[in-house]
Design a protein around this ligand. Sequence first.
Ligand code: HEC
Ligand code: HEC
Ligand code: HEC
Ligand code: HEC
Ligand code: HEC
Ligand code: HEC
Length: 415
Amino acid sequence: MSKTSISNLASRLSLLIILSFFFTTVRAANAPDPALVSQGEVLFKENCKSCHAVHTQEVGPALKDVTKRRDVKWLSAWIRNSTAVIASGDKYANDIYNKFGKSPMTSFPSFKDEEIKAVLAYIDAEGEKGPEKVIVDGPPGGPSSPEPPKEDPTSTIILILVVVVLILVLTTLIVFLSVIKRFLKDKEATLTEADKELVNQKFDLVVVVKSKMFITIVSLLFVTIAVRACWLGALSIGVEQNYEPVQPIPFSHKQHAGDMKINCNYCHTGAYKSKQANIPSVNICMNCHTHVTEGSRFGKEAIAKVVKAYNDGAPIKWIRVHNLPDLAYFNHSQHTTVAGIECQKCHGPIEEMEIVRQHSPLTMGWCINCHRETAVNSKDNAYYDRLLKVHADSKKKGEMKAEDIGAIDCSKCHY
Ligand code: HEC
Ligand code: HEC
Ligand code: HEC
Ligand code: HEC
Ligand code: HEC
Ligand code: HEC
């Protein structure tokens, strides 16, 4: 090895070492300091959690990646006094303020640089972790699955395999046929007239395509595919999951149903006894808001709107969150009282929501899935005694599911 190539190698090696050193330091500098993150977590939970979450929108926006959207200088100014940033004419600030219905964020003027850094480090660390899984308690008897059934990928693979095999068989047959024909042609002299005609017959695509057999097969195939596509479509037709409209009055379930623990039934009077759960009229609000005229979040402003609606006799125009199409029949009391299912199983943790959000997909697949998995609540219900006996005598093993009392018949949900 010559001298130059050795020095060449050495310089390359040293370059490599410098580079790797550089990258490791950069990464070390980027890695969050765990002490800072946990300090940030405490601060976040004390000051921000009432309005913000990292992955979901609450009263304020989801804070994931906020350090990528804005720099630390802007964020510090915003957290200390967002009203001042808005007043300065900052476009981003004004856009987001308007987007959130001009609800001002609390100011934290006493926050030190170090504290802001800690909160942001915590937000970054949480953001990287990914959203927490929402665990919905399953009913006794079946695992819970709020999502519509997914298509099994193995069935697609099997389908492709079958098609490939069929094509292979077909080509082999065609090759085989032509070999035989050629073989017979050599011996043409020994054949009868009828056989000769057969051997010399040309393969005519047009005749095949026009044949009844072919047309029937193709139309059958087409109909099958179309029906299957419609069915899968109907199972998952998009009712908007996670729909979360901003309401005309910032009524908070977290405040009323969570912190104050007012029973759902106090306001949604039909939820246990009729088809509709009902949205409360403003009279119910006034049971308290004749006295309570000031809130901790919006002062007198928000409750004044409630009182005004009452005095004007104009119902509050709440925006409907859940919406099944008319063609489907759903009854609350059947599920809450008869089946004993909790509101949260379908509506999610409403008592933690500042703004109500549609938790479940509300698709046909979702309804049917639950009817297959959930056992009927037959305790203390004489009506089911006979059905239970029939079920026990039948070949079906295990508990009596909603499915077994006919809850997946089309006519039960479509009339
Ligand atoms: C009273 C509710 C409330 C509290 C408490 C609150 N925020 Fe906010 N925050 C909001 C709202 C609402 C917005 C949207 C802008 C607006 O309407 O002013 C917002 C916006 C933000 C934004 C801009 C987000 C973006 O996507 O650009 C940041 C950053 C932020 N808040 C951080 C914090 C931090 C950090 C804390 C705790 C120290 C906190 N907020 C406490 C309500 C709140
Ligand atoms: C103090 C009265 C009150 C209490 C208590 C209350 N709600 Fe509500 N609820 C309302 C009002 C008002 C609305 C309409 C405004 C909204 O969507 O936020 C509503 C809306 C809803 C909606 C959405 C309706 C739609 O538009 O599709 C659901 C679901 C709901 N509540 C469930 C619950 C559950 C579950 C509880 C108990 C944990 C509960 N509520 C407790 C007053 C109340
Ligand atoms: C059982 C009593 C009770 C009922 C019923 C009730 N509220 Fe309240 N509400 C309160 C109390 C207490 C507060 C103040 C909570 C706080 O800020 O600490 C409040 C606060 C509020 C606020 C102000 C939030 C804030 O922080 O500024 C609004 C808006 C509100 N309620 C709307 C409604 C509406 C709309 C209804 C009817 C659907 C209703 N409330 C029914 C007791 C009630
Ligand atoms: C089995 C699932 C399920 C359970 C359990 C359930 N809901 Fe519902 N809820 C729905 C569906 C589906 C809708 C939409 C109905 C529609 O659009 O016709 C709805 C709609 C609502 C609405 C909107 C108004 C209405 O009546 O359509 C309110 C309010 C509501 N639910 C409250 C409750 C409360 C409170 C409970 C518990 C006591 C509860 N729900 C339990 C599935 C459920
Ligand atoms: C959390 C599980 C669950 C979900 C989700 C659910 N159901 Fe049910 N449903 C039940 C159970 C359990 C019963 C049996 C109640 C009983 O004992 O009569 C039932 C019964 C019914 C019945 C009466 C059936 C009969 O044989 O009388 C209808 C209709 C119905 N559900 C419609 C719906 C519709 C429509 C949806 C979707 C929008 C839905 N359900 C979502 C659990 C569920
Ligand atoms: C447990 C209740 C339930 C049963 C049983 C049920 N459906 Fe549905 N179906 C629904 C609901 C809820 C919707 C509306 C969902 C949506 O819009 O996403 C729906 C929607 C549909 C649609 C789509 C209509 C449209 O909006 O385009 C078709 C088609 C349909 N169902 C056919 C059937 C047939 C056929 C059966 C019987 C094999 C059946 N359903 C059984 C609850 C049910």
